[in-house]
Design a protein around this ligand. Structure first.
Ligand code: GDP
Ligand code: MG
Length: 209
């Protein structure tokens, strides 16, 4: 049984080949519960992260999802997005088309989840190592990505190299992402409780009238 105070659903999306599965595997490789649902084309693993909030330290259970096969935005069903609190949107800084396709991804997110406060979309540019090796390989400027985040109310997660980043740094990166999600979404457990209260109030009313 998990003793986490909070549970967030987080999904990783973006074009093929940007590094989603590499990130998914790297962050969950260490002693975390492994729960692969490959038959439906989606991998799910659970990881636990402790975050700092204004209300103190909180243990968070993160149900992390990665598409296992055809991840083209049109083929991802709405049910994959449903209930997400965090959307990790990845692109490849050496492939401009993976950045240009972000508008389509956002459209897909908005039509699946609506534009509300139940989730935070985080943008992450990957394959920084290739640019560090050869500056000419850069096809997306960091400033353009930051502007894209401002316009689309996303959180800028920065540029990284899933290939080179060590596990501690990667965990810190995730920790900061979860803290941002908490700032926006808060405790979904509380929300469920308040929903239950509302339902009870309703049913009480019915009894009365
Ligand atoms: P996905 O299709 O988005 O799930 O992408 P994958 O995780 O399968 O990665 C696609 C390819 O990019 C693989 O060959 C990875 O090894 C490679 N890759 C992933 N992250 C990085 C990175 O940070 N740097 C470099 N150079 N290659 C990466
Ligand atoms: Mg993949």
């Amino acid at each position: 049984m998990s003793k986490a105070q909070l549970t967030y659903k987080m999904i990783i999306i973006g074009d093929s080949n940007v590094g989603k599965t590499s990130l998914f595997k790297k962050i969950t490789s260490e002693k975390f519960e492994n729960n692969i649902i490959s038959t439906i084309g989606i991998d799910k693993r659970t990881l636990y992260i402790t975050i700092n909030t204004q209300e103190g330290v909180k243990d968070v259970e993160i149900q992390l999802f990665d598409t296992a096969g055809e991840e083209k935005f049109r083929s991802i069903s709405i049910s994959y997005f449903r209930g997400s609190n965090g959307l990790l949107v990845m692109y490849d800084i050496t492939k401009s088309d993976t950045f240009q396709n972000l508008s389509d991804w956002l459209e897909n997110i908005n039509s699946s989840l609506g534009n509300n406060d139940d989730y935070l979309a985080i943008l992450l540019g990957n394959k920084l190592d290739l640019v560090e090796e050869d500056k000419n390989k850069r096809e997306v400027e960091e400033q353009d990505a930051q502007e894209f985040c401002q316009i689309n109310k996303m959180f800028w997660g920065g540029e990284c190299s899933v290939k080179d980043i060590n596990i501690d740094k990667l965990k810190n990166m995730f920790k900061s992402f979860i803290e941002e999600i908490y700032k926006k979404v808060g405790s979904n457990i509380k929300k469920e409780d308040s929903l239950k209260v509302k339902k009870n109030e309703k049913s009480n009313k019915k009894k009365c009238c």
